[in-house]
Design a protein around this ligand. Structure first.
Ligand SMILES: Cc1cc2nc3c(=O)[nH]c(=O)nc-3n(C[C@H](O)[C@H](O)[C@H](O)COP(=O)(O)O)c2cc1C
Length: 303
């Protein structure tokens, strides 16, 4: 039988699938269902220092080829979320990655510290959400500030991933973060977009702009993963964007991802998507003569 286990910056994953941030990531009950569905690791929704209400509805639109959302990083704040993290840690055996958000390096560090105290086994810095002013992409443009947060969080002794966006000079940001001790990257976050209601003659989302996700962004995400692997072949990457089955997951792995995030396509396929990906990967590996996922990582660069 081919081996699906992978190593991701020191974390042992039973397989390369990871629940992407923001999708089912706020409660221990849902986290348990994600584990039972087969995921190799679990990323929480982005949590900030203070609670955030998020934006009024509509916040999610299903489009022909993808999804547009502007939830506005709604979350209960790290103090409250700590209880949930503790319960997650008790109930789950897969690694829990805390997605930390904030408007400054200081805030990211505070959230990460509290989260690690409460059981998170890795931290992902969301410096790439495209629709919340003062944080997300805006913070990601300040590479030195993000790098300083990475340096501090690294001292907590857990892997630190930086979540990147196409709206950044992501190679420069990645380099600054690696110099500061980042363990790896998650690529990509949603792409800034909007939709207009032609009868109301105004933007559909209450926030006007949102993040575009799903199958339509997959070629963009694969390209970013490919470029990151080319530039930093030793830095592990979680490839995210439009994974809707095993073929898409495999594209990311061949581009250089050690693990693959699964996000909005769960809305269409339900949690059964994890099993579908794992079974497909296993069959492919048997058919094509590969013994482990690790043999496939970055293979598209060698052809
Ligand atoms: C409804 C929704 C909420 C999201 N919330 C977050 C979030 O809180 N933090 C984050 O880093 N990414 C968030 N994302 C982005 C996803 O983690 C992922 O990077 C992006 O959607 C691309 O992957 P996908 O096409 O598989 O969804 C969210 C995406 C969606 C659709």
């Amino acid at each position: 039988m081919p081996r699906l286990e992978v190593e991701l910056a020191g974390l042992r994953l039973r397989n390369p699938t990871v629940l992407a941030s923001g999708v089912l990531g706020l409660s221990a009950g849902l986290a348990k269902r994600v584990e039972e569905a087969g995921a190799g690791a679990f990323t929480t929704k982005t949590v900030t220092r203070e609670p955030r209400r998020g934006y009024p509805n509509p916040t999610f639109v299903v489009l022909e080829h993808g999804y547009l959302n502007a939830v506005g990083l709604a979350n209960p704040g790290i103090d409250y979320f700590c209880r949930e993290l503790r319960e997650m840690r008790q109930r789950l055996s897969i690694p829990i990655i805390l997605s930390a958000g904030g408007g400054s390096a200081e805030e990211l560090v505070e959230v990460a510290k509290r989260g690690v105290e409460c059981g998170a086994q890795a931290v992902e810095l969301n410096v790439s959400c495209p629709h919340v002013s003062g944080m997300g992409v805006e913070l990601g443009h300040r590479a030195e500030e993000v790098a300083s947060a990475v340096g501090e969080i690294k001292r907590l002794g857990v892997p630190v991933f930086v979540k990147l966006s196409v709206h950044h000079d992501y190679i420069r940001l990645a380099e600054a973060c690696l110099d500061a001790g980042a363990s790896g990257f998650t690529a990509i976050n949603t792409v800034r977009g909007m939709a207009i209601d032609i009868y109301a003659r105004k933007p559909v989302l209450s926030n006007v702009y949102g993040g575009y996700s799903g199958r339509a962004i997959k070629p963009i995400a694969v390209r970013v993963v490919y470029e990151l692997y080319e530039a930093f072949p030793d830095a592990p990457i979680i490839g995210v964007g439009g994974v809707d089955g095993w073929e898409a997951a495999l594209e990311f792995i061949l581009a250089g991802a050690s693990a693959v995030g699964v996000g909005s396509e769960i809305a269409r396929k339900d949690l059964g998507l994890f099993k579908e990906i794992l079974e497909g990967l296993e069959e492919y590996m048997e058919r094509e003569g590969f013994n482990s996922i690790e043999e496939l990582v970055g293979l598209a660069h060698r052809s």
